[in-house]
Write a protein that binds this ligand. Sequence first.
Ligand code: BGC
Length: 731
Amino acid sequence: MNTVLKIAALSGLVFCQTTLLGAPLYKKPKLPVETRVEDLLSRMTLHEKVMQLNQYVHGTNMNLHNIGKIDDHYPLEAGSYIYYSQDPKMRNDLQKRVLKETRLGIPAVFAHDVTHGFRTIYPMPLAQAASGNPELVEKVCAMAASESRLSGTDWTFSPMLDVARDPRWGRITETFGEDPYMNSIFGVATVKGYQGNDLSSPEHMAACLKHFVGYGATQGGRDYRQTDISDNDLWNVHLVPFKACVDAGAATLMSAFNDINGVPSTANRHTLTEILRDRWNFNGVTISDWASVSQLKDYQSTASTYAEAAVQSLLAGVDIDMCSGCYSSTLDSLVNAGVIPIKRIDDAVRSVLRLKFRLGLFERPYTPEISRDKRLMTPWNLSIAEKMAEESMVLLKNDQNVLPLSHKKIAVIGPAATDKRAMYGEWFSHGDIDDATSLLDGIMQEFKGVAEVMYAKGCDFDGEERSGFAEAIKTAAEADVVILCMGERGNWSCENNSRAEIAIPGIQRELIKEFKNSGKPLVLALTSGRPVNLSDIEPVVDAIIEVWQPGIRGGNALGGILSGRVNPSGKLPVTFPRTPAQIPLYYGIRRGARFSPHGDYKDIPSTPLYEFGHGLSYSTFEYGEITADKTQFKQNDELTLSVEVRNTSDRDGAEIIHWYISDPVSSTVRPIKELKHFEKKYIKSGDRQVFTFKINPLRDLSILDKNGNVIIEPGDFIVSVKDKTIRLSLE
Ligand code: BGC
């Protein structure tokens, strides 16, 4: 058929579709998404397709690492924006122009980093993992989704699933800690909370799994560095949470900054296509990290031009170029020159259109403009934020049961007491620190009418200024107990904020030591986004509460724990080393060639200060023996293990129990123990609860080989909970 005839035939088809059958197929909401995607794709020019694969910014970026600006010259055909406003109107105005002024009127999708709340700020993800309560995390994320979507954000760049085993790395606070299973469980809870059952609901948004993959293994805990990851670790550690969240239906995924063994994650066809698309059947959107396409030329230098960078990234499997402009400036000509096959462009555009249809943007491109008080910081949302903060704090030490307090005069000392910024951490989206209850305010509210609360700052987070010491010492002298609110500033962790020493700065430690011989009980309320080196402080204080970066209601939560109104229940999702010289130090190491202490450092201890899973309660719990419905089994059987836990104290409390497996004989060297299940239950004083672990052998006892294939080997397995163990035998 000649070209004129083809055009005539095509326009005839379009005429049929639009005129005889009513609206074009893609505009018919009742048709399956895939039909709509194909119909729309068939109508798009190459340039329109290419523009769907670019993300720009709208509004002013608050993230210092990626400064963006208000841009008045948007290419209106752009597929998506990072939206830096909490006002739906600004988004709607832009969307109106997109719909009216572009040929096909394909709605734009608006994204933002909502990582621990939009306006209502919850504890950082690392703290959330300490709660042992994925159901609560799901609620928190559903709240965050509602605030976001109703304010114009359809898509968040969260959850972060990088398994992080180096507390020096600033971004450890954005993760769910050091364990792949824990990252999986909290990752899935986060995805479910954001996305709900229906992405098109006006109160849910799309999740984005990041950073694919291995970013948490960045060398030396520095940010943006290389990673060298064995196939064993790739499959059994770093990919694990991503697989779980892909299976849970996450809509999008972001490639990482790091390279793995020399291949940049943003140009890694093996991970982005062979694993993610071909093996896992992911059909969502893949997006680069901020400018990680241009960095292939600018820094990692696997490309010598931006066009080459675009080719490497797109052909590896990255659909959208976040803010580097490489795709928009090169893809049209690369396709015309035959360097990039149109099929790859079409597949990438399909993913983007699919997301937009799933989000319901063709039916409801605008965000309803409802008043702020109806969408932000509702009382229910604030109460969830408080509960999350209560459950995420970890009681690390409580000598002589100094807590809960029964003292009548309480001195609160330290820079973190009034510093609300320390409570928000980073990436706090549209949070306003003035909304937060400071630690001091929380303590004052809690003890109002019960005890006298006095405050002296004493010193700043860092620096040399000691002029406040005298007043702090005087204030402490008048009190019966001293609460030291100390630790890290809010911006000392997160992206590009790695720290080598991970100690509280010297000035705060000096002040703490001033109270050493005061005879007063000392309680450290520690603000931090990472495990902290407490080597010289831990012996000085009687009690330590890891407060983390607890969000908007952190002060209320701390007050509740100090008074005993709240019984602490958090457990560490990450190991606290005694000194940074021990790093890397995490529980899931593989069996060594000789038994510890052989091979350990001779000049420092080999044990952590606080191990993964550590966390005290005001209650005491007694564990029974583990029982099993069978101990001999075949690989397709299901087994149920149980353990009874008794609350032997006079206080109601919650206990999180961790179930570990170990494989005493295996063809590859496996970790000494591996977390496979955890559960939190409330147990009334004097009462008991039965915890169960249903073992699916293929899922829970296997390991993946270097190609990602499941290996399960007959023989014995040991399952343990605390100091209780049971031996099982696979035929
Ligand atoms: C971070 C991502 C983030 C992106 C967009 C990057 O610098 O690595 O985690 O989602 O910026 O703000």
